[in-house]
Design a protein around this ligand. Structure first.
Ligand code: PLP
Length: 439
C-alpha cells in the first residue's frame, strides 16, 4: 500500500492524464493500460533515449521492460531516427514498393534462413497470415498451440485450456475458436502426438522458448520431437520469434538449428516502428505464388489467400527496418547484449541466494525471468501454480519508485542494445534492496 501510494503521489501528471483519458478511451490507450494486470495506474511517458525514458512528471527510469521487447534497439536509436526523418521528408506512403523492401527482405532471409518473406504492420497480423497460409497449404483448419501461449490477439488462437477442454479466452469470440483449436502443455511430446494424430491439424504455432508464461526453456530434444511429429502428421510448423529474436542474432531458430516451415518476427525488427513479417520455405511460398515452372499446388487458386493491407510494407516501416537490421541489430550488438544478459542472470541469482529466497532464474541471451519456485517450471501450469501476482506487482512498484521500469505482463528483464554495465548495476542494486527487504 505504501509503495502504491508513493507511486501515485509522485506522479500527479500521469494520474491526471489517466483520469482524463478515461473520458475518451474506454480501455485507455491500448496495451499501455492494463491496470488490472500490472496492478498500478498507467505511467505516461514524455521521451526516451538509449536505455532510459522519462515520465510526464520528470522521473527517469532505466528501462528493463524495453516495451515488451519492442524497444530492444534502445529508445530513439540514431540510425533509425535518421532513416525515418529522411523517409518522411521524401514521402512515406505510396502503396507502391520502395527499394528498402528489397534490402529488408534479403536481410531477413540471410538472418533467419527462410527464403521468402511477407510484410504486415505487426506480429499479430503476421501470425494471422501465417495461420491462413498454413490452412491454405494443407487444406486443414485445426491449430495446435501450447498452454500459456500469446501470439497476439488473433482470433484463431484465443482459447484457453480448462479441464481438458478449450474455452474462449475472452468474450466476443465465435464458437469456431474453440472447435478449431487444440492446446497442450509445452515440453510434452506425448500430448503433441495425441493432438496431431487425427491428421487434421494445419499448423503447430509455438515460440522456441515460451516468453509469455515466464520464460520456459525447451527440454533437450523437444524441438527435434516437434519437427519429427509435425512432418509425420502433415502439419506445418511455425516458430514465432517476435520476442525471442532479442536473445540471439537470427533468433533461437538459427542458434538452435530449428527447421520451421514458417517464422514470425515483429516488435523490435524496425526499431519499434510498426512492422511485422513472416518468412516461409519455398514449399509454403508456393501457396502464395505459382513456382516458376508453372506447376501450381493442387487445390490452390492464387488469388484466394488473403494477404496484405494498405499500410503493410509502407516506405516508413521499410526504411526503419533497413536501418535497424543493418546498423543496430548487428552480430556485434548481439554479442554485447548476450554478455550483459549473462551478467543480468548471474546478478539476479546472486541476490536471490544472498536473501535465501526459494526462487530460480531462467535466462538466455539478453533476457531473464525470475520464478518464485526453486526450479524453473517446464510448462505454463507450473509457472501459474508457483506464481504470486501480488508479489510481482509489489516488485514492479518498488522498482518503479526507485527509477527502474520492469513493469509488464509475465515478462522479466531484458537488456537492450543500448544498455550499459552501469544501467545493469542500477537495476541489480534495486533488486538487491528488494530481496534484502523481503528476506
Ligand atoms: N508473438 C509473440 C510471441 C508476442 O509476445 C506478441 C506480443 O506480445 C505478439 C506475437 C504480437 O505482437 P504485436 O502485439 O506487436 O502484434
Amino acid at each position: 500500500v505504501a509503495e502504491d501510494q508513493r507511486f501515485r503521489d509522485d506522479r500527479p501528471r500521469s494520474m491526471e492524464a489517466t483520469s482524463r483519458a478515461t473520458r475518451t478511451m474506454p480501455r485507455g490507450v491500448p496495451m499501455s493500460w492494463m491496470e488490472e494486470l500490472y496492478d498500478h495506474p498507467p505511467l505516461w511517458v514524455s521521451h526516451g533515449a538509449g536505455s532510459r525514458f522519462w515520465d510526464l512528471d520528470g522521473h527517469e527510469y532505466v528501462d528493463m521492460y524495453v516495451a515488451d521487447m519492442s524497444a530492444f534497439c534502445g529508445h530513439a536509436p540514431a540510425p533509425v531516427v535518421r532513416a525515418v526523418c529522411e523517409r518522411m521528408e521524401a514521402g512515406n506512403q505510396f502503396l507502391l514498393p520502395s527499394a528498402d523492401a528489397l534490402v529488408v527482405a534479403e536481410a531477413l532471409a540471410a538472418r533467419y534462413g527462410m527464403t521468402k518473406w511477407q510484410f504486415t504492420l505487426s506480429a499479430t497480423q503476421a501470425n494471422t497470415e501465417v495461420v491462413r497460409v498454413a490452412r491454405a497449404r494443407t487444406g486443414r483448419e485445426k491449430l495446435l498451440v501450447f498452454d500459456g501461449k500469446y501470439h497476439g490477439h488473433l482470433e484463431p488462437t484465443l482459447g484457453v485450456a480448462e479441464d481438458g477442454r478449450v474455452m474462449p479466452e475472452y468474450t466476443g469470440l465465435p464458437a469456431e475458436v474453440t472447435a478449431n483449436l487444440r492446446i497442450v502443455p509445452f515440453n510434452d511430446l506425448d500430448a503433441v502426438e495425441r493432438a496431431l494424430a487425427p491428421g487434421d491439424v494445419a499448423l503447430l504455432l509455438t515460440e522456441p522458448a515460451m516468453t509469455n508464461a515466464g520464460f520456459l526453456l525447451p527440454d533437450p530434444g523437444f524441438h527435434d520431437g516437434l519437427r519429427e511429429l509435425t512432418r509425420r502428421h502433415g502439419t506445418l510448423l511455425a516458430i514465432d520469434e517476435t520476442h525471442t529474436l532479442v536473445t540471439a542474432y537470427g533468433g533461437l531458430t538459427t542458434e538452435w538449428g530449428l527447421e520451421p516451415d514458417l517464422l514470425t518476427v515483429g516488435k523490435s525488427i524496425a526499431g519499434g516502428v510498426p512492422l511485422g513479417a513472416y518468412g516461409m520455405t519455398e514449399d509454403v511460398a508456393s501457396t502464395l505464388r505459382p513456382p516458376a515452372d508453372g506447376a501450381a499446388v493442387s487445390g490452390i487458386s492464387y488469388d484466394e489467400v488473403a494477404t496484405g493491407g494498405t499500410l503493410f510494407a509502407n516506405a516508413l516501416s521499410m526504411a526503419a527496418a533497413r536501418a535497424a537490421l543493418t546498423e543496430v541489430l548487428t552480430p556485434e550488438a548481439f554479442t554485447t547484449t548476450a554478455s550483459l544478459g549473462g551478467k543480468l542472470a548471474a546478478g539476479l541469482r546472486a541476490h536471490i541466494d544472498r536473501a535465501g529466497l526459494p526462487w530460480s532464474v531462467s535466462a538466455h541471451g539478453s533476457h531473464a525471468f525470475y520464478f518464485f519456485s526453486p526450479q524453473p517450471p517446464r510448462d505454463a501450469r507450473g509457472a501459474r501454480d508457483t506464481d504470486d501476482p501480488g508479489l510481482r506487482a509489489l516488485i514492479r512498484l518498488f522498482l518503479a519508485n526507485r527509477g527502474v521500469w520492469e513493469s509488464g505482463w509475465w515478462l522479466g528483464p531484458t537488456v537492450s542494445v543500448a544498455h550499459t554495465p552501469q544501467d545493469l548495476q542500477v537495476y541489480l542494486d534495486a533488486v538487491g534492496e528488494f530481496t534484502q527487504a523481503l528476506a
